[in-house]
Design a protein around this ligand. Structure first.
Ligand SMILES: Nc1ncnc2c1ncn2[C@@H]1O[C@H](COP(=O)(O)OP(=O)(O)OP(=O)(O)O)[C@@H](O)[C@H]1O
Length: 305
């Protein structure tokens, strides 16, 4: 019974001779937040729209709760959608908007509860056109989750919002995930994906170029060991492993390495035998943004050569 919520295998979508999605495969398990990331035009929205049942694939399979996504009757009550463009009516208040939406959503929660869930109780009487971008986004999420769906599609939920509004929407997504909702998220804010998602796939030019748990994907990037040498010390003989790169800028040294922990041990050993105290030691794995930029860089070079 508890198979994957989403199963995608060899998915392809072509427009004439252009292939927007080219053999994409991934699975999303129950209760998981899965981030589908990629450069502009990578094929994320196309993939999501196939899963939402709006587009038919050219080849491959897509299943949502074991159903063809086009079977909207089977899936409507189990899925919620937050699209890139929301279709709210400016003249309605937040409460009126939710009340109108409830008529089309079976098993929907009461208006006050729906607004409370997304932190909009104080804006119940505010007209949509007077609400901030972040508040409107929360209202979109309130509508998408009215019927307590098991799966929520979130296509760039925080694009265009300021940092504070993004944080609030992010907290809301975390709350929904904690309630057991499965979430398929696309975003261009990589720190957001890193914070929210347990698993991630990165797309480029229609293909998935890397995927796995967040830890696996971060582990594929280059980490860093950074520190400052004391006055008078030189970086001579600093241990730098095969494939690692050392840059020295005055007293500041940075080693870019696939294995930051081992590199840090080696550096500390080097400093110890010389009786040197290193300051500002910082050992860390790659961030998702660094992994992403690395991939974009490498893929860009592939195309140029
Ligand atoms: N109806 C269509 N006809 C032709 N090409 C299309 C059509 N719809 C999308 N495309 C192209 O398919 C590619 C993938 O688009 P898609 O919207 O899926 O990318 P995305 O990863 O969501 O990008 P973004 O991050 O910019 O939203 C783009 O190059 C786009 O121009």
């Amino acid at each position: 019974m508890n198979g994957p919520v989403i199963e995608v295998g060899g998915l392809r979508k072509s427009y004439g001779s252009f292939t927007a999605v080219d053999g994409v495969s991934f699975e999303v398990g129950q209760g998981e937040v899965f981030a589908l990331l990629g450069t502009n035009g990578a094929g994320k929205t196309t993939t999501i729209e196939i899963l939402e049942g709006y587009l038919r694939p050219s080849a491959g399979t897509a299943r949502v709760f074991g159903h063809d996504p086009a079977d909207r009757a089977a899936l409507r009550s189990r899925t919620g959608l937050v699209l890139q463009e929301s279709g709210l009516f400016g003249d309605l208040t937040a409460a009126e908007t939710v009340a109108a939406w409830r008529r089309f959503t079976s098993g929907s929660r009461p208006v006050a509860e729906a607004l409370e869930l997304v932190g909009l109780s104080g804006q119940a009487g505010t007209r949509v056109k007077r609400m901030s971008g972040g508040e409107r986004r929360k209202l979109d999420i309130a509508l998408a989750t009215l019927g307590d769906p098991e799966l929520l599609f979130l296509d760039e939920p925080t694009t265009g919002l300021d940092a504070e509004a993004r944080r609030k929407v992010r907290d809301l997504v975390r709350d929904l995930a904690a309630r057991g909702m499965t979430v398929l998220l696309t975003t261009h804010y990589l720190e957001e994906a890193q914070e929210l998602a347990a698993r991630v796939a990165i797309m480029d030019k229609g293909e998935i170029v890397t995927q796995g748990t967040m830890a696996e994907v971060l582990g594929r990037g280059s980490g860093r060991v950074a520190f400052e040498l004391p006055d008078g010390a030189t970086p001579e003989g600093l241990p730098v492993g095969d494939g690692d790169a050392l840059t020295v800028d005055g007293r500041r040294c940075v080693i870019v390495t696939a294995d930051p922990e081992s590199a840090a041990h080696a550096v500390l050993g080097w400093a110890h035998v010389r009786g040197l105290r290193l300051s500002g030691l910082d050992v860390r794995q790659a961030t998702l943004e660094e992994v992403f930029l690395d991939i974009a860089d490498r893929r860009g070079q592939e195309v140029r050569t």
